[in-house]
Design a protein around this ligand. Structure first.
Ligand code: FA5
Length: 338
C-alpha cells in the first residue's frame, strides 16, 4: 500500500536539510533573524506551501500530517537555537582573544589592613583589667580647666601645671593633658565602691623619641572603704606580670602628683634596645584627700588609689619599637608588620 504522506515526508526532509545548511553557514548573530525567516517568515516561509497542502489530504491522514509538520518545525527551530549558542560562544572567544587575557598571570593581591599596635595593646589592657574586675568608662578629649586641673588639686598658680605643656582652646577649654579628669567624672557619676578604667587619647606640646604630642593613657581608679597602698602595689604588679609574664622586673619609685598622696612611679625593665634599661610606664598613688573633698566625699570614710598608664610606651616595649613617631606616622611598611 502506498504511503499517502510520502510526498509530505520528503518535502519536510528537504526543508530540514536546507535549514541545517543555512544555520551552519550563518557567521554573525545579527544575520540569524533573516535566515530564520526563510523557514518561519509569514510570507516566504518554507513551511507555508506545505501548510496549504494539508487541506488536500484525506480527513484521516490530516492529524498525522499535522504532527509531522510540527515535529519538523521544532527540529528546524532547534537548529537555529544551536547556531545562536555557537555564535555566542564564538563571540566570547573572540572578545577574550582581543583582550589578550592571560589566565596564567598571578592574581592581584588584596591588601589587608592590620590592627594598629596601639589598638592591639589597648584591647589587651582593657581585657586584662576587665578580668581583674575593672569596669570601662569614657570621657571627652576636650576638657575644662576645672576637670583637667582644678578639681585634681592643681589650682591655676600650682607649679605642677607647668609639668604638662597644655594645648589651650578658646572659651576656657583645653585638650586634656591626662586621663585623670576621668577620676573626677567617675566620682561625680557614682557612689563608692568604684573600680573603673578610662582609656583614651591625651595631648601635650611635647616631642622627642619617647614623647609624642598625642598619646594614649589608661586611667584607673579604685575607691572603697578600705583600699590601701598594699592594694595599689598588688594590683599594679599583678597587672604588669599578667601582661609581660611573671618574671618581668617591676620597680616602684616615690614620686609626686598633686592629686595623689603618697605618689609613685612604676618602671619596667625594658630589653627592646641593645642594652636593657628601666622604662617608666605609669604614675599612681593614693587619691589625695583634697580630691575626695572636691567631689563632696569624706576622706575619713572612703579612700582609694588611682593610676595613669602610658599605652604608647607599653606598645613600644611590647613590639621593640625604638621611636614613638612610628606609632603615628602611618607608614605602611611599618604597620603591615603587625
Ligand atoms: C600623668 O599623666 C598622671 N595623670 C598619671 C597619674 C594618674 C598619676 C593617676 C597618679 C594617679 P605622667 O605625666 O607621668 O602622669 O604620664 C603618665 C604616663 O604617660 C607616663 O608614665 C608615660 O608612660 C606616659 N607619657 C607621658 N608623656 C608622654 C608622651 N609625651 N608621650 C608618650 N607617653 C607619655
Amino acid at each position: 500500500m502506498s504511503d499517502p504522506l510520502q510526498g509530505l515526508r520528503e518535502g519536510l526532509a528537504a526543508i530540514q536539510a536546507r535549514a541545517a545548511e543555512i544555520a551552519a553557514a550563518v557567521t554573525r548573530e545579527a544575520d540569524l533573524p533573516e535566515a530564520r525567516a526563510e523557514f518561519f517568515g509569514r510570507k516566504k516561509g518554507a513551511f507555508n506551501p506545505i501548510m496549504s497542502e494539508l487541506g488536500k489530504l484525506s480527513r484521516e491522514a490530516r492529524p498525522e500530517a499535522g504532527q509531522l509538520i510540527n515535529d519538523s518545525k521544532l527540529a528546524v527551530e532547534a537548529l537555529f537555537e544551536a547556531a545562536k549558542a555557537r555564535l555566542e560562544a564564538e563571540a566570547l572567544d573572540a572578545a577574550i582573544e582581543a583582550g589578550r587575557l592571560d589566565v596564567t598571570l598571578p592574581g592581584r593581591r588584596v591588601a589587608r589592613g592590620a590592627i594598629h599596635p596601639i589598638q592591639r595593646v589597648m584591647d589587651e589592657l582593657i581585657d586584662l583589667f576587665g578580668q581583674m574586675g575593672f569596669d570601662l568608662a569614657e570621657g571627652p578629649e576636650v576638657e575644662t580647666e576645672a576637670y583637667n586641673f582644678d578639681l585634681l588639686n592643681m589650682p591655676a598658680d600650682h607649679p605642677a601645671r607647668d609639668m604638662q605643656d597644655t594645648f589651650y582652646l578658646s572659651g576656657g577649654l583645653l585638650l586634656r593633658t591626662q586621663t585623670s579628669p576621668m577620676q573626677i567624672r567617675a566620682m561625680e557619676a557614682q557612689q563608692p565602691p568604684i573600680r573603673i578604667i578610662a582609656p583614651g587619647k591625651v595631648f601635650r606640646a611635647d616631642s622627642d623619641p619617647t614623647h609624642s604630642p598625642t598619646f594614649h593613657q589608661i586611667e584607673g581608679l579604685w575607691i572603697d572603704e578600705d583600699v590601701t597602698i598594699v592594694h595599689l602595689k598588688a594590683v599594679l604588679t599583678d597587672f604588669l606580670h599578667r601582661l609581660f609574664g611573671p618574671d618581668k622586673k617591676v620597680r616602684f619609685r616615690p614620686s609626686f602628683f598633686p592629686f595623689t598622696e603618697p605618689s609613685v612611679e612604676v618602671d619596667i625593665w625594658d630589653e627592646s634596645g641593645a642594652e636593657g634599661k628601666w622604662m617608666e610606664v605609669l604614675g599612681a598613688g593614693m587619691v589625695h584627700p583634697q580630691v575626695l573633698r572636691n567631689v563632696g566625699w569624706d576622706p575619713n570614710k572612703v579612700q582609694g588609689f588611682a593610676f595613669g598608664l602610658g599605652v604608647d610606651r607599653l606598645a613600644m616595649t611590647r613590639y621593640g619599637i625604638t621611636h614613638i613617631a612610628h606609632l603615628f606616622t602611618n607608614d605602611q611598611r611599618f604597620l603591615s608588620q603587625f
